[in-house]
Design a protein around this ligand. Structure first.
Ligand code: AQP
Length: 324
């Protein structure tokens, strides 16, 4: 029997951060290695056009994401790795899904509201990008989508669109389910009420940060009043965020960490966390893959994805009566 399909992606729009890794990519590696799924990992370059960008940097940003995937442990022999824009069927399907998406559903998306807040003018892509994400997922009949918590609302829209299309035109799409990692919402180091986000680089620990920057950022991270290292999201959001990060990086559970640092204060805790982060992230700083190898992985991945996408598109067009 064939394995269920699992799909996820990352935008090539700057450097990847600890939220991307602990909320998504680390989990992808574990899911891939469980051998229970057929895995597709996309570099969603069309999504990344919705924010300001420099065309001369885009190619390197795309290769940078592939490099991070490989350094994290995504294996091109086990998983398909490809770039979204190499599969035009995705934008074709996005157009079709546009025609069944109520405008109100898009306007109420938290990410759209946050990113358009206080802006005089907002591009339409920022509003419609959840439809492109839905197309990426539905095109490959994915059953599972491992994402961070910030993407759950978009995934819910994907499920709504699949249901709506199926009801209108006959069963065509699977309603995908999210898979969340334990650290599905890594918060900003400066402000634990906001998620770590590349739109606010000052809040991020980047995967390729040099050791001295990691140490500096963790030492400076906001902690709470008192000195007890204790997990309490309401009363101690800063320390709780650091504990979640520590657990995800080291595999040591939060209760064990609380015990280890009982009576020791924040200084030692932060200094040890910095050591763990420097060690774990060494793989991203030190990994070396030639551009030639990365490009060949992408060509190979796109060839496989293209076959699946084009045969699914035929089914979709048939359903819509578009094949004359
Ligand atoms: N802070 C986070 N905690 C947990 N998971 C996170 N992800 C992102 N931030 C966190 C997850 O990373 C995957 C890839 O993210 P993306 O490339 O789609 O970009 P994003 O979600 O838009 O990431 P940013 O940094 O937050 O960018 P901006 O500032 O542009 O919004 C996704 O699975 C995401 O959930």
């Amino acid at each position: 029997m064939s394995k269920p399909i699992l799909i996820s992606g990352t935008q090539p729009d700057g450097r990847l951060h600890l939220g991307n890794y602990l909320g998504a990519i680390k989990n992808w590696v574990e899911l891939q290695n469980s051998e229970k799924y057929e895995c597709y990992f996309i570099i969603v370059d069309y999504h990344s056009l919705t924010v300001d960008f420099n065309p001369t940097e885009k190619k390197e940003e795309v290769l940078g994401v592939v490099r991070a995937y490989l350094a994290a442990g995504i294996d091109p022999k086990k998983s398909k790795i490809f770039v979204q824009s190499r599969i035009p069927e995705c934008t074709e399907l996005a157009w079709i899904l546009n025609t069944i998406t109520p405008l109100g559903e898009l306007e109420r998306m938290t990410q759209f509201k946050e990113k358009s807040e206080n802006k005089e003018s907002v591009n339409t892509g920022l509003l419609t990008y959840p439809i492109l994400m839905a197309a990426d997922i539905l095109l490959y009949d994915a059953r599972f989508v491992p994402v961070g918590e910030d993407q759950l609302q978009h995934l819910e829209l994907t499920r709504t669109l699949a249901r709506k299309f199926n009801n209108k035109f006959g069963k065509t799409f699977i309603e995908p389910r999210a898979i969340l990692s334990k650290a599905s919402r890594v918060m900003s180091l400066d402000n634990p009420s906001k998620k770590m986000s590349k739109s606010h680089p000052e809040t991020c620990l980047f995967l390729d940060d040099p050791p001295k920057d990691i140490e500096f950022k963790i030492k400076r991270a906001v902690t709470d009043s008192g000195s007890e290292v204790k997990f309490d999201l309401e009363k101690k959001p800063g320390v709780s965020n650091l504990l979640l990060i520590y657990e995800a990086l080291s595999g040591i559970t939060i209760p064990k960490l609380e015990k280890k640092y009982a009576g020791k204060g924040y200084g030692q805790f932060k200094s040890n966390l910095a050591e763990v982060a420097i060690k774990t992230l060494a793989t991203f700083r030190e990994s070396k893959f030639s551009d030639k190898k990365l490009k060949s992985i992408l060509t190979n991945g796109a060839e496989k994805a293209k076959k699946i996408a084009s045969s699914k598109m035929q089914v979709i067009k048939n359903r819509l009566g578009l094949r004359v």
